[in-house]
Design a protein around this ligand. Structure first.
Ligand code: 5AD
Length: 364
């Protein structure tokens, strides 16, 4: 057995067994055969814990108004080149009904970060209406940024049971390089702890291939996911956006694209091999780099996809990064295409199921 096979076997057998140097080594694999071995090992762990299944979440991008000014993000507050929009309750409920009719089983409500009494009450009332509309069957994930404990609590009581809040990087120094000083790393971590206390299924994640980020940073991110006892992960490659401070002078070359995709897929595999039973999303950012990026994500160990159901007219206004795919694809075509792609991989979709994180179920 080669050293790599021994390492992969250890990781597959025993979760949390990889050391930081071992994870760093796996993240940095570049030989196609070794990468194939890594992905296959992670996929086998995914099969063991989840089976040959993919869970879907219909993603509604509710609005692009944001109080944050992250240096990498296209919808940051200071981007004045953007028309801001915010869906009303009727539009959100119409899209929710569409997701129910598409049998996706789960919904994600995402928007820019807004903290206000009005926003808390608005989301609360939407959640109550969704509960009635779906007769309590729909999985409901929120991705609405940092909020107070009380707000998280009100939303939990109103029917939300999962929350995504990416840490972007668990290295406070790198975090500080990516955000203005008003953005507080510790507060974001506290939010994740509050969400856990409120018995949400908690999701976080990072971007990879960020300027100044090392492979060891990413290995530590994966270890940090375990420390936070996360149930769900959303990770993707950083993709420059020209209307942002970080991306204004960056244009991706084909070499950049290959490096970013390889690293993002390796990261999914390492996270699967370390954590075993969490839900991992094959994110849209992967698809921005490769038409089959999300499918490749699944074969590297991911098990969740989030097809976008946002109205086509709003999609150009929700460009977190450039080249965001599916600007013109409607939900019905996404659905058929997805099912076809997945069948060729031997994966089937868990229609009408919430697809909760197995990690959450085994919680003490
Ligand atoms: N490239 C890739 N991902 C990005 N995000 C924001 N901007 C970018 C970018 N330029 C991701 C962040 C955020 C999520 C909603 O989108 O990780 O948490």
């Amino acid at each position: 057995m080669t050293a790599l096979s021994t390492l992969l076997e250890k990781a597959s057998t025993t979760r949390y067994s990889l050391s930081i140097p071992e994870m760093t080594l796996l993240l940095g694999l570049s030989d196609p055969q070794e990468i194939a071995q890594l992905h296959a090992a992670a996929y086998a762990v995914k099969l063991r814990h989840i089976g040959p299944y993919v869970s879907l979440r219909g993603l509604i991008e509710m609005g692009n108004i944001c109080s944050k000014d992250c240096y990498y993000c296209g919808i940051r507050k200071s981007n004045t080149a953007l028309t801001r929009f915010s869906l009303d309750s009727e539009a959100i409920l119409r899209l929710t009904q569409q997701i129910i009719d598409l049998h996706y089983g789960s919904i994600v409500l995402q928007s820019g970060e807004i903290e206000s009494g009005k926003q808390t009450a608005f989301i609360e009332s939407i959640l109550q209406k969704i509960h009635i509309l779906s007769q309590g069957t729909l999985g409901i994930t929120l991705s609405l940024g940092e909020q107070s404990f009380e707000t998280f609590q009100r939303w939990r009581l109103a029917g939300a049971h999962r929350y995504l809040l990416r840490i972007e990087s668990s290295n406070p120094t790198l975090y500080a390089q990516l955000h203005p000083t008003s953005h507080n790393f510790q507060r974001r971590v506290q939010c994740l702890r509050d969400l856990r206390k409120l018995r949400y299924q908690v999701g976080s994640g990072v971007m990879c291939d960020l300027p100044g980020q090392t492979l060891e940073d990413l290995a530590r991110d994966v270890q940090w996911f375990h420390e936070l006892d996360l149930d769900m992960l959303g990770m993707g490659p950083y993709i420059p956006h020209h209307q942002t401070p970080l991306g204004q002078h960056l244009t991706l070359t084909p070499t950049d694209i290959t490096r970013k995709l390889t690293l993002a897929l390796n990261l999914i595999s390492v996270a699967r091999l370390y954590l075993h039973d969490v839900n991992i999303a094959a994110t849209t950012a992967l698809q921005a780099l490769d038409e089959m990026g999300r499918e490749r994500g699944l074969l590297a160990g991911a098990n969740v996809m989030m097809p976008n159901v946002t109205d086509i007219q709003y999609r150009p206004q929700y460009q977190l990064y450039e080249n965001k795919p599916n600007l013109d694809e409607n939900a019905e075509t996404s659905r058929t295409l997805l099912e076809q792609h997945l069948a060729t991989l031997g994966e089937s979709i868990l229609w009408d199921q919430q697809g909760n994180s197995p990690h959450y179920r085994t919680d003490p």
